[in-house]
Every structure is written in C-alpha cells, then in structure tokens.
Design a protein around this ligand. Sequence first.
Ligand code: MF3
Ligand code: CO
Length: 259
Amino acid sequence: MFKINNSIMVQLKTEAEINIMRESGKITSDVLKLIANNIKPGITTKELDEIADQFITASGGIPAFKGYGHDKNNLYPSTLCVSINDEVVHGIPSKRKLKEGDIVSIDVGVKYKNYFSDSASTFSVGKIDSEKQRLMNVTKESLEIGIQQAVAGNYVGDISNAVQQYVEKAGFSVVRDLVGHGVGKDLHEDPQIPNFGKVGEGLKLVEGMTLAIEPMVNAGKYKVVVGDDGWTIRTKDGSPSAHFEHTIVVRNGNAEILT
Ligand code: MF3
Ligand code: CO
C-alpha cells in the first residue's frame, strides 16, 4: 500500500492463476479466523504473530510481509501487522498486551505457489465503546460498498469515490497517504486503489484484474504520522482507526472475493 508514481502495468490473471490465488486467499482468511478466536485481553501481539506464522507455514504458505520493505536496513520483521486503537496500519508485533476496550487491526499476507493474497480486519477486545464499534462497522461496510463497484466496465475512481462518500457521510475520514493495490505475482502491483476520488476517474476495470481494496478509516481527521520504528502509522490527532481489506477478482458482474 505504498504510493508510487510510475506508469501503470496491470497484470491480468488467467483462470488458472485465479485458482491458485483462491487457495492462497483461503489460507489468508483462515489466519484471520484463527486470530479472531485468540484475541482476548492479556494476549501479546507477538503471541498472535506466532500463531499466524505457524499456521501459514503448516499450510504450505510463506508470510508475505516478513522481509518486505524499501529500506534494506529496516525490512518488515513480522508475519502480521497488528495496529491498536490510534495505530492505523503496519504496527509491529511486540510484548504489548491487548486490553479490554482496544480495537485491533490485523493485516496478513500469504504467498502460496508464488501467488499473493492480502486481507485485514479490525477486531474488538472485550467490550468497546459505541463510537469505536460504529467506526468498525462503517469501515467494514465501506469495503463492501467499494467491492460492489469493482465490476468490469467501471473505473478505479468508482471504487474510491464509493468508499469515501460512505465514510464521510458517517462523519469519519479516509486515510490519503496509503492506498489499496493490485495483487498477484507480487504483493503490490498496479493499479493503486485510493480510498478517495471521483467517479469515472482512473483506470477502467477489466475481468481478471486482482485487487486488494483496503479502506483505512480514522474517527477524526485523515492525517497520519509514521512512528520511530519506521513502520507504525498512527493518526495525527490520536483518534482511533480501523482497517478492512479483501483480495478480489474483477468479473463481468459481481466481484469474486478471494479472502
Ligand atoms: N496490507 C498491507 C499492504 O498492502 C500490508 C503491508 S505490510 C508490509 O501494504 F510490511 F508488507 F509492508
Ligand atoms: Co494490502
């Protein structure tokens, strides 16, 4: 989800490739289910990471985020990104314990038979306040509404605009500095999928495009800052943030969700 400005090279997938991506996506979605069953007050984010790492390896996959990065001296060290409350994305697992009232965004990527899948969900830890619950609901719904626009013949901007409109009507804001992306033979392929934009703008969607759509939604303002670890992204205003992501295939008709 890093923003790069170069010319666009979209890799359309064959049905044979999509079949492999569906297998990859199943591992990714099973990781999120497994993590959901283990989230509770007192567990450390590192313990969650170990559970995910073991499951992926036992499934014949490779954690996609471990060793990823543009700075050779600070590659991403873990299987999961675990981002708590005002952390938006890319939180590094540690000895930090989850506590009642937290919301925690879990992002996971798997490489399986050389094809990547990428998915994220935000979970509640015990009982959370109603505004955090509304933030989670709106973010999840904004992903569903974005996916509804991912139909051949529509434009990338139709996805972006649908997500933004839905989020802003709810009084929340979409992060601008990080975007969704193509996914498949690489974790990050073209095109970028921003969570803000105009109807009809950008690339026209074609059957066989595989995309990771991933709204990151802040309860407050959209601005974010990077932490001292060079990875953890937080809201600038300290407000809580949520993140939902699916890997999908564009079809002539409703998109197919692979995760
Ligand atoms: N889902 C995120 C993305 O699309 C996760 C990347 S974590 C990283 O970029 F460590 F791989 F950068
Ligand atoms: Co992604």
